[in-house]
Design a protein around this ligand. Structure first.
Ligand SMILES: C[S@@+](CC[C@H](N)C(=O)[O-])C[C@H]1O[C@@H](n2cnc3c(N)ncnc32)[C@H](O)[C@@H]1O
Ligand SMILES: [Zn+2]
Length: 284
């Protein structure tokens, strides 16, 4: 948990400090706003706020969790943790669009984080994040809104295949803190894409990421993490079901496509990992 008197969470209603009760079953602020923990340990701070986003479904989250648990993105997780080390000793790490908390928990273990906050709009994802990081906070939240974090609360913000809110990332990072952004490169999973209709995956130019962050961030280091995975039939099924294609992919169609493939299938992984430093004065 955060060291010293540094504030971490901010009440989404009044922006005062949001603190856990000793048993961590509730978060509350001095003005009396309260948020109960769900049975699975996460907190839904969006209660009553309404949201128009389509959160990842339980099935999508299950597919992603299985795929990640098989270790196929381990080299990426190691690179994220290595670049996040520039945040300093025992950092406070926030993951915006944390999903199941895979990258956050790998980085928190490697860097002996003093506190972690997983933000995601999917409660199914956060159930798993809360389990993976029992000492941290898993908060259902929409990253397009003002984040429920104090100014300069974080030493590192992770953003892995998830929406970015640069002004808020800058506000919650201390000056000199780091933002790590991961985007898929054009060749990522191309062998699965070529199976036809199985996978929709956007790629984003790395310069575009840098340009979109604005003046509060300075580009520091960029890495490409590229390797070949050997995927089983269930791995490829999970890869198809964990992304946006899952919304319209018919199970019979998926199985028919998989029938035509011999496994294990060699599949390219290709990620861009960029580190930016929060520059200029802390933003209020
Ligand atoms: C492709 S997944 C990546 C998850 C995780 N970073 C990973 O790589 O395993 C994108 C995540 O962003 C979350 N997400 C999408 N829109 C969001 C929003 N507006 N606010 C917070 N999270 C959002 C989804 O629920 C999903 O967990
Ligand atoms: Zn409040």
């Amino acid at each position: 948990m955060p060291s010293g008197n540094r504030s971490l969470l901010a009440c989404p209603v009044c922006r005062e400090d949001l603190k856990p009760e000793p048993d961590r079953r509730q978060l509350r602020c001095p003005a009396g706003h309260r948020f109960d923990a769900a049975r699975q340990g996460y907190f839904n701070l969006l209660t009553g706020a309404g949201t128009k986003f389509q959160a990842d479904s339980a099935d999508m989250v299950q597919a992603r969790a299985e795929f990640l648990a098989a270790g196929h993105y381990g080299p990426l997780a190691a690179c994220v943790a290595e670049l996040a080390a520039a945040a300093g000793d025992h950092p406070v790490i926030v993951d915006a669009g944390a999903g199941t908390g895979y990258y956050l928990s790998e980085a928190a273990d490697a860097l002996k984080a003093s506190a972690t906050v997983a933000l995601d709009i999917s409660k199914y994802a956060l159930r798993r994040a809360a389990k993976a990081l029992p000492e941290g906070y898993a908060l259902v939240w929409d990253v397009w809104r003002r984040l429920p974090l104090a100014d300069a609360a974080a030493d590192a913000v992770l953003n892995v295949f998830a929406p970015r809110n640069p002004a808020e990332f800058r506000r919650v990072l201390r000056t000199g803190g780091v933002l790590i952004v991961v985007t898929p490169l054009p060749g990522h999973l191309r062998e699965i894409r070529s199976l036809g209709g199985l996978l929709e995956i956007g790629s984003e130019k790395e310069e575009r990421v840098a340009n979109s962050l604005g003046s509060g961030f300075t580009f520091d280091i960029g890495r490409h993490v590229e390797y070949t995975m050997e995927l089983s039939r269930s791995d490829v099924r999970n890869a198809a079901l964990m992304g946006p294609s899952a919304h319209h992919l018919k199970p019979e169609r998926l199985e028919a496509s998989l029938d035509a493939v011999s496994f294990p299938l060699k599949v390219s992984a290709a990620f861009g990992v960029q580190r930016f430093q929060a520059s200029g004065p802390d933003k209020a």
